[in-house]
Design a protein around this ligand. Sequence first.
Ligand SMILES: Cc1cc2nc3c(=O)[nH]c(=O)nc-3n(C[C@H](O)[C@H](O)[C@H](O)COP(=O)(O)OP(=O)(O)OC[C@H]3O[C@@H](n4cnc5c(N)ncnc54)[C@H](O)[C@@H]3O)c2cc1C
Length: 506
Amino acid sequence: MPDKYDIIVIGAGHNALISGARLSKTGLKVLVLEKAGMLGGCSRTDWNIVPGGYGVSTGALVIQQPVLRMASKLGLEEYGFEPILIPEDGIILRYQVGENYEISIPIYRDVEMTCAAIAKYSTTVAEEYRRMVQEWSPFTRMVGEVFKWKEPRHSMLFSMLESLGPKAMWLFLGRCSDIMRYYFSEDWIGGMSRIPRISGFTPQFPGSGYGTQNIPRVHFSVPFRAKGGMSGLIESLAKLIEANGGKVRKNAGVEKIILEDDKVKGVLLESGEEVQSNVVISGTNAKITYRHLVGDENLDEDFVGYLKRTRESMRMACVFVSMDQPFLPELECTEFQFAKGLRHTEINALDELEHRLPKDPSIYIDNPCMNDPTLAPEGKCWIGLYDSASYELEGTTWAAERERHADNMIRQVEKVYPDFRRHVIDMAIMDPTDYEREFNLWKGSIMGPALSIDQMFSMRLSYGTDFEGLYLTGMSTHPAGGMIGIPGWNSAAVVLEDLENGEIKV
Ligand SMILES: Cc1cc2nc3c(=O)[nH]c(=O)nc-3n(C[C@H](O)[C@H](O)[C@H](O)COP(=O)(O)OP(=O)(O)OC[C@H]3O[C@@H](n4cnc5c(N)ncnc54)[C@H](O)[C@@H]3O)c2cc1C
């Protein structure tokens, strides 16, 4: 093992590994240092969390389209990566909406097939959905384009917004609730406003309108999975780095980034070991990188202020259950969203933001063994139940509430599948404090800074920093959190532009 690497990458989340893999392919020697005992960060498959041989993806369930293109450019299939794609006519996601979840809407890749499914309940709402998708798709495509930019500027963004007309400003500055009520005459279809919640706001929050561009997205940017769960992707990236002379280490938490005269010299590990390199790419939340690893004392006061006031988005409370069936027969697709309607979503989201547990949580169900039986023993499966939840709870703690909340989540599923609990063998709960501790997430945030215009595009952190040789990647950088891989891909490109014969150009 060489004692001096060309590049040190902090963290083995998918972004950091994509960055490291892209750089490795050019012949650079990359060392990845991961604090946890497992690779992948939020994209991992844990074979021990539920006893009996279940490969549970305790973080992300699906991977977004851009990663498929990156995997192909990197040649990841050679290292064992096998994507599982949703067939052309397959169901991407099913909404269980209505007061008693009595309305079941499958979302297909094809808009017309989706409208036909909605029309079984209301031809008016089907027509409204078609119109919304038509009118909103240009914004979804615009966001997709801007996501690819390496260095978005205010001016580039504003000229694009201008070309899209006044509704573009409504999207970025308006409220999700208003947009949903403008397009839809029935409250139940507003259960779809759970998807916009990914941006990290209540639907009533000014700026939450942005999330509505995610509604048409499923029709032209279909997410996919990896065989073997999230580790199928992560292990292939790690193998690529090691096949190119690099090294990926677990249980190797970084304590400090070593700086001399604002230049990077290497890192100090929690174990006391020092590793030298003139280039460090950090894939942790930027608040961890700057406030812990660089230290406030080395930062400009204004910049510390920027970090302090950045609003983080999305925390999760999850229940993973093993079941005595190959998959629940009723669950004929892999993803389900339970959300009664817009008003219910508004109330729940407000609870989450105000540090309370919703009485009637809107949950998401994942049923991954249906298209990957390798994740469970023969004839069995595991199911994930997901709820977005506050990090802090008013007047109580997660330790006191977790079991009760998990039970409440299961009770929601029983409203549609009364037999559910009878098939449960075992279960594991993860609350936001578990995610903070075990996934090393800043206050449990799984998406990094929330997506409102004041924290997006040119307002998000760049890959390059004010310290020579220090780069950022991951959820805090442009464009966003999620399994999109773009921060990883772009950060590698920025490093390559700055390098000359393996050294930073000065
Ligand atoms: C339950 C759950 C469900 C989700 N579902 C989806 C989904 O279906 N689709 C989707 O697109 N997104 C989903 N997400 C979000 C998505 O997984 C994350 O936004 C994304 O994976 C973040 O990737 P990253 O590489 O930026 O960071 P991370 O995956 O967080 O990786 C950062 C890594 O840095 C390591 N680290 C931190 N500090 C140090 C240190 N000091 N030294 C060394 N290493 C350190 C961490 O241990 C971690 O491995 C989900 C997340 C969760 C938790």
